[in-house]
Design a protein around this ligand. Structure first.
Ligand SMILES: Nc1ncnc2c1ncn2[C@@H]1O[C@H](COP(=O)(O)OP(=O)(O)OP(=O)(O)O)[C@@H](O)[C@H]1O
Length: 248
């Protein structure tokens, strides 16, 4: 029996809401401005347990604000749980917030080398594949590749980010909304790339509200409701739970 590649055990994280909110007049008068330690704290995700096996393709489904992106960030290691444990056995390619790692003052080409290296691609690999990566990002990016990224549109940054991160050989892909990565033509290239990566046996965790994407890429579904995992089954079972909560 192969070992799980992702294991969540009683996973929970606590956030603070409205950290910078101004005290209301009533709070100033009644509590003399002293807030209780627990005030504003909440659990966007709690008591979540599941396993993902190598090669599984898992859709994370739920209404807005139910903890889906928080779960992806916990798997990526960007957030640390306050309760329970998340164990990830393998490197993660985070196809999330694709333009987040870019330095605005550097050119697209410089960012390509920097971000690629930060994710573990060797300088030799990046030199060899630089043209292909830029080609993949499209003509508009290719024309501006030696211009500082601050002059790029958000779509251009996302396309360059996807072109770099999708090159990583990592076994686990995390993705937030495939359809958010550009126009129709670029999306077609992304779908083909993801199909190719999944055919190689990579593991996918995809957060999406798009039913076509979920049924196209995922065989399993996790349905989150108010930060709790209430369905761990096929993608169709998870979608049924979603539709019961949000009628079409
Ligand atoms: N850094 C943060 N600090 C405080 N609260 C946060 C933070 N990030 C997210 N939240 C809150 O935590 C809850 C879960 O957010 P999360 O982004 O995980 O939801 P989601 O299911 O991905 O939502 P959506 O479908 O809208 O993208 C929400 O109430 C959100 O407002």
């Amino acid at each position: 029996m192969p070992e799980a590649i992702i294991t969540a055990e009683g996973l929970g994280i606590r956030f603070v809401r409205n950290r910078r909110r101004q005290l209301r007049l009533r709070e100033l008068v009644i509590h003399r401005g002293v807030r209780r330690a627990e005030a504003g704290r909440f659990w966007p995700l709690r008591d979540v347990s599941f396993q993902v096996m190598p090669g599984d393709t898992v859709g994370v489904i739920g209404r807005n604000g139910t903890g889906k992106s928080t779960l992806l960030r916990l798997i990526a290691g960007v957030l640390i749980p306050d309760e329970g444990r998340i164990t990830v056995r393998g490197a993660v390619a985070p196809l999330l917030e694709l333009s987040a790692g870019f330095s605005n003052d550097l050119t697209g080409r410089e960012n390509l080398h920097l971000v690629g290296a930060l994710h573990g691609l060797s300088p030799a690999y990046l030199r060899r594949h630089c043209d292909e990566i830029v080609d993949f990002a499209g003509e508009q990016v290719a024309r501006a590749i030696d211009t500082p990224v601050r002059h790029y549109s958000s779509g251009m940054k996302v396309r360059l980010g996807f072109a770099i991160i999708s090159r990583l050989p990592h076994p686990i892909l995390l993705m937030d909304e495939v359809t958010a990565v550009g126009d129709a033509e670029f999306r077609r290239k992304c779908y083909a790339t993801i199909d190719g990566l999944l055919a190689e046996g990579r593991t996918l965790v995809l957060v999406s509200h798009n039913e076509n994407d979920l049924t196209r890429f995922c065989n399993r579904g996790l349905y989150l409701d108010g930060g709790r995992l209430t369905v761990d089954g096929t993608v169709h079972e998870a979608l049924d739970a979603y539709h019961a909560a949000v009628p079409r």
